[in-house]
Design a protein around this ligand. Structure first.
Ligand code: SF4
Length: 684
């Protein structure tokens, strides 16, 4: 490997290390990490990645509290005592890995490889810490395969089907837009570096429209805010399509040249009059009409499709209808026009060294509870969790807890801190953080790829993912001679297999530019990556997959007993559930004053939120910053955040989205009542 020109010395006196943030956030900030005597003393943004502009979020600014906090795992350990009590005894790495290897072999011999379930998600979005040696171990061992669908599955299917995941408008081009629609996204909490670009566009005269059930900070500053009923976004988008088609405002020349399926989309949209869509979404008809007229007339017009709109039974169709808007409206081909979604596929990074995937059983992660409790062909007998905290983050939390408590389930948790999941482990393996090793940080908002460098030595005996999975692969005799089996060799392998000159640029300077530049214009610099380079507005495969068909609406699941829609949006405290171990002020449910008055509730009341699946007990905040009929608890809570150790996910069904088999977090329907006197927590 070539000498890293920006590598800093980090022993001795204070020094600043240039690195990057690989956590699950669109921004991928460039970081300046100050280290003194081998310890991180400050984490700040740098200007090396232009969108970072020298500042970062408060979450990562205090990441040192995770690195050196009480919850940090420093040594391998094995369970002593009953499952779930969180009592462990320290062992050596050799003992821990030998135990894991022997149990994996035992399970495979008795039940088959599919009785082992690897379970991971976005605890790190780094290219080294997921889908490298971990994937090699589990593929070659023949375990069940995990469908990582808890987030971005419906939007991913839509973006792939429509445009082959064509690179989308990046942050730097937002100021060129004359109209920006932020749809189901709150950059003030997740992706803060987008906010100044939106404000700059407004300064230059752009209109801002926000579609969100809550009055987010940017909704307050918007020209128009629509607060739809969760799960009804597809109706709004189809009403805009209908307006475009019926009023002769669709770009027929563009559609003829670059798209197919427009007629079938038009047929499905025809039923969605403004009146019907407004009634379905619970928004004023006049506001919906204004949205459609503004979109039709503005150019450049940009739709930022977020992830809030996908987390329900209609999420895939909503993403399809929203992402299809610029094609029908003729908004491509101009800087600042088109759509913005995840740019994670823009770099075309493949992993040829992984080889083919085996045809083993696929387990949808949103059904973890059911997999642990109900699968019998074969049953799940071993669970290997890393980069993930499923007890806190998966739907149907009660069933997940029951499954995790199974005494006959052998569970490994490889993590940085003692999570809600780790307390159920049989073996705990301590993991390094991104400040203690190499990685690649790939942004999915702006287009950036940066090298993550170690700022400090590993804390305690923690080890990186590639180092641990490499050693496990060796013990299980899964590696061919010369294959990488550790972090540095894997890093070199990645450098060599990155497309084009990206690897060389990364090795030389720690950052790279995509072949189409940092600010591609859709349909000028980049085209759809579908086989025929066309927009596929009505893919037959999706028509077959969606239970009610493509661009069709499934009604709201509310009942008289459980009339309120519960949403759990990203907050400014955690990145998904990462950093949930840190103390946070009392968590409260957000409720509209009219809903509170109907139930005789007052601000600050201790409450129970409940449905047939479970119950959460916490405090209440009453504000008109959320639409009537919808309540909100933050995403990413850990069990300790509520009074009865349950989070919003105990109220979330494990039903799946119409496309992509994603999670339906926003389909939780609940009732809320004041906690009876005798059941009030002492802290209330
Ligand atoms: S979480 Fe996002 S905003 Fe915070 S430092 Fe990482 S990339 Fe930047």
């Amino acid at each position: 490997m070539a000498k890293d020109p920006l590598q800093s010395e980090f022993q001795g006196s204070e020094t600043v290390v240039d690195t990057a943030c690989p956590l699950d956030c669109p921004d991928s900030c460039s970081l300046a990490v100050t280290v003194s005597n081998g310890k991180v003393v400050k984490i700040d943004g740098s200007a090396l990645n232009p969108p970072t502009a020298g500042y970062i979020c408060a979450k990562v600014r205090k990441f040192g509290d995770r690195v050196y906090g009480d919850a940090r795992l420093q040594y391998p350990a094995v369970r002593i005592g009953p499952k779930g009590r969180g009592r462990f005894s320290r062992v050596t790495w050799d003992e821990a890995l030998e135990l894991i290897a022997s149990r994996m072999l035992d399970v495979r011999e008795q039940w088959g490889g599919e009785a082992i379930l690897p379970f991971s998600y976005g605890g790190s979005n780094g290219l080294l810490t997921q889908d490298t040696l971990d994937a090699m171990v589990f593929r070659r061992f023949g375990t069940s395969r995990l469908a990582r669908t808890v987030c971005a599955a419906p939007t991913g299917v839509a973006a792939q089907s429509l445009y082959g995941k064509m690179p989308s408008v990046t942050y730097e081009d937002y100021p060129e837009a004359q109209l920006i629609i932020l749809w189901g996204v709150n950059p003030s909490a997740s992706g803060i570096h987008l906010v100044p670009y939106v404000r700059e566009a407004q300064k230059r005269g752009a209109r801002l429209i926000v579609i969100d059930p809550r009055t987010t900070p940017l909704a307050r500053q918007a020209d128009l805010h629509l607060a739809p009923r969760p799960g009804s976004d597809v109706a709004i988008a189809l009403a805009i399509h209908r307006h475009l088609f019926e009023e002769g405002l669709a770009d027929t020349a563009f559609l003829a040249a670059h798209a197919n399926g427009a007629d079938r989309l038009r047929e499905r949209a025809a039923a969605w009059t403004f009146e019907r869509a407004a009634d379905t979404a619970g928004v004023p008809e006049a506001a919906l009409r204004r949205l459609a007229e503004d979109y039709a007339s503005a150019s450049p017009a940009l739709v930022r499709c977020g992830w809030g709109l996908e987390r329900n039974r209609n999420g895939g169709n909503a993403a399809m209808a929203v992402l299809a808007l610029p094609a029908v409206g003729g908004k491509f081909g101009v800087r600042g026009g088109g759509y913005a979604m995840s740019n994670s596929a823009a770099w075309n990074i493949t992993r040829p060294w992984l080889g083919p995937e085996p045809a083993t059983r696929i387990v949808n992660m949103n059904k973890l509870g059911r997999a642990l409790m109900e699968f019998d062909d074969p049953p799940i007998k071993a669970l290997f969790v890393y980069n993930c905290n499923p007890v806190a983050t998966m739907p149907d939390q009660q069933r997940v807890l029951q499954g995790m408590a199974r005494e006959d389930l052998f569970t490994v948790v490889f993590d940085q801190v003692m999570t809600d999941t780790a307390v159920f482990a049989d073996v705990i393996l301590p993991n390094t953080t991104f400040l203690e090793g190499y990685d690649f940080a790939r942004a999915y908002g702006p287009l950036s790829l940066q090298l993550v460098r170690p700022a400090i030595d590993a804390v305690g005996e923690s080890r990186s993912n590639p180092d641990v999975f490499g050693e496990l692969a060796r013990r299980l005799e899964l590696l061919q001679p010369g294959e990488p089996d550790n972090e540095l060799d894997m890093l070199v392998t990645l450098f060599k297999t990155l497309p084009g000159t990206v690897g060389e640029q990364m090795e030389a300077s720690g950052r790279a530019m995509p072949p189409f530049g940092f600010r591609p214009v859709q349909f000028v610099d980049v085209m759809p990556r579908t086989p025929d380079q066309k927009v596929h507005l009505f893919p037959d495969a999706l028509e077959a997959e969606a239970p009610a068909g493509l661009y069709n609406f499934q009604p709201d699941p509310a009942t008289d007993a459980f009339p309120l829609a519960l949403i759990s949006p990203a907050s400014d405290k955690t990145i998904s559930s990462t950093l949930g171990e840190l103390d946070r002020p009392g968590v409260t449910l957000l409720m509209h004053p009219a809903d509170a008055a109907r139930r005789g509730l007052k601000d600050g009341d201790p409450i129970r939120i409940f449905n047939a699946l479970g119950e959460v007990q916490c405090g209440l905040t009453i504000e008109a910053t959320i639409r009537e009929g919808t309540v909100s608890l933050p995403k990413g809570l850990w069990r300790k955040s509520t009074w009865n150790q349950m989070t919003s996910n105990v109220l979330v069904p494990d039903s799946l989205t119409d496309l992509g088999a994603g999670a339906c977090f926003n389909d939780a329907r609940v009732e809320v009542a004041r906690l009876p006197q005798g059941k009030m927590p002492s802290s209330s």
